[in-house]
Design a protein around this ligand. Structure first.
Ligand code: AMP
Length: 494
């Protein structure tokens, strides 16, 4: 079996690996690192949990060991789809580069530009970024990508889901043709295949088995809840969830509970908290510093239940999660695999419990088809369905609206359009990926159009009055103050 010492990594990197407690490379590391060190492009078809981050970080650090950073011209670029993933790559870099003098900057939304600008001005070896924020900096003229020797695209399939592929293509075009490229994706959709054919040069293709087949140490269970009116489904699920958490007792050290919608994440977190359970939400609309803090608390064992959306939780590396719950069955079957892969990591056993109501049948069918087997059925303990829940459950609509507006108000990257007073059904149905994409894109749109919007927003009329919100009856567009009387006369038929 390959050992880390067999790979031609920088001794300083080997020392850091040793201190991190890793003895043998994972399959993707053993296969990708030799190619990467030879200077070849690498196409890694693997997902989180396989050790893929180190498979590109270790050779990257080794390669950059020689040479120095120049002002505003990063020597390497790592693109990740979400802020959390970018931050996770940055943490990995800190761990493995600690005995080197390499520098890094993390460019993610929700963080002030000033500090990031200063780091880039000084020159960095590794720039880790989300695509939207990177292009923001580029457009502000703060950054040159012509010095990029190595470019990494992580979680390309997620980039595709989030609509980042045009940004990625653009960024590829801004880097030198001679760069080395590491490209990672869990799946190879045709669009991803096209990008790799266009921008990778004779890559070493390394495919690691899907997690679905590897996660035998996760006990899966499906709880089918009875038919209910549409608006009652969430309430029944909340009751069932509490009953299961209660029954699991101390076996449930900590859990990630997935919901499909951000609104539901907020409602569930509130509801569990009201029932004296230690829960907090994480999703794309929450302020970045709050997201980071919540995650840190969860990692440290200070928070027991993390209620999450897919985008916020995708790829998060929390090594000791005892349980995963699907409060909603995911609409993309691959997300089921990603979600339950948060537990049962590194050889530990884990439990994944999914709740469903009859309306979710199509999602279940897709998941069982992907897994090529039926999920074992279980029952919710002590669940007295139909019992009136007068207690603390607030009326759904009111809560959802309130929760949504609170999270919007806290948002680090507000939606580009003014939020209407009430949330339309369409908005409620908007998938999280789309929202996150909007949040990320906003900073770019905002930078581009802030001036234009600023000019038009507070425009004054020719009397120096601010026209916004005024009653315009009696005025005729284009006539200013000089409206002939007959144009203002009302005609009534007697
Ligand atoms: P990743 O797939 O990059 O998200 O990594 C998943 C987890 O595996 C992280 O917690 C890493 O710290 C850990 N890891 C990475 N490489 C190794 C290794 N060679 N041996 C043991 N654990 C590792």
């Amino acid at each position: 079996m390959t050992q880390f010492s067999d790979l031609k990594l920088d001794p300083k990197v080997l020392k850091a690996i040793d201190e991190a407690g890793y003895t043998t490379p994972t399959p993707i590391q053993a296969q990708a690192i030799p190619h990467a060190l030879e200077g070849r492009d690498v196409l890694g078809i693997a997902q989180t949990g396989t050790g893929k981050t180190a498979s590109f970080t270790l050779p990257l650090i080794t390669r950059l060991g020689r040479g120095r950073a120049r002002a505003r011209m990063p020597r390497s670029l790592v693109l990740a789809p979400t802020r959390e993933l970018a931050a996770q790559v940055a943490e990995n870099f800190d761990t493995y580069a600690k005995h080197t003098r390499l520098t890094k900057a993390l460019l993610i939304g929700g963080v002030a530009f000033g500090e990031q600008d200063k780091l880039i001005d000084r020159g960095v070896d590794v720039l880790i970024a989300t695509p939207g924020r990177l292009l923001d900096h580029f457009e502000r003229g703060k950054l040159l990508l012509t010095g990029v020797e190595v470019m990494v695209v992580d979680e390309a399939d997620r980039m595709l889901d989030m609509g980042f592929i045009p940004d990625i293509e653009r960024i590829f075009g801004l880097t030198p043709f001679t760069r080395q490229t590491f490209f990672y994706s869990a799946t190879m959709a045709p669009e991803i295949e096209r990008i790799t054919n266009t921008f990778l040069s004779n890559p070493a293709r390394i495919e690691i088995a899907r997690q679905a087949t590897a996660s035998e140490n996760i006990a899966q269970e499906l709880i089918e809840l009875p038919a209910t009116r549409r608006d009652g489904a969430a309430k029944i699920k909340r009751e069932a969830l509490r009953a299961i958490i209660d029954a699991e007792g101390d076996k449930l050290e900590n859990a990630i509970i997935f919901c499909n919608r951000k609104v539901e994440v907020d409602i569930l977190a509130k509801s569990l908290t009201k029932h004296k359970l230690d829960a907090a939400p994480i999703h794309g609309d929450l302020d970045q510093s709050l997201r980071t803090r919540t995650l840190e608390r969860f990692r440290n064992g200070e928070l027991r239940l993390l209620i999450a959306s897919d985008v916020a939780a995708r790829g998060l590396d929390v090594p000791t999660v005892s349980h995963v719950f699907n409060f909603d069955l995911p609409s993309h079957p691959e997300d089921y695999v990603h979600r339950i892969g948060r537990t049962g990591r590194a050889g530990r056993s884990g439990k994944a419990v999914s709740l469903m109501v009859p309306a979710d049948q199509k999602y279940l069918d897709a998941i069982e088809q992907l897994l090529d087997r039926k999920l074992p059925r279980g029952t919710a303990p002590n669940l007295d369905i139909g019992k009136p829940v007068a207690e603390t459950e607030p009326a759904k609509d009111a809560t959802s609206r309130r929760a949504h507006s609170v999270s919007k108000a806290k948002s680090a990257a507000p939606a580009p359009k003014a939020e209407p007073a009430t949330e339309s059904a369409q908005q409620k149905a908007k998938p999280e990926a789309q929202d996150e994409q909007n949040a990320n894109l906003y900073t770019l749109d905002d930078a581009k159009s802030a001036r234009g919007r600023g000019q038009s927003r507070g425009r004054k009329d020719n009397r120096g009055q601010d026209n916004r919100g005024q009653d315009n009856r009696g005025a005729v567009v284009g006539m200013g103050d000089h409206v002939p009387d007959f144009l203002l006369r009302e005609f009534r038929i007697a």
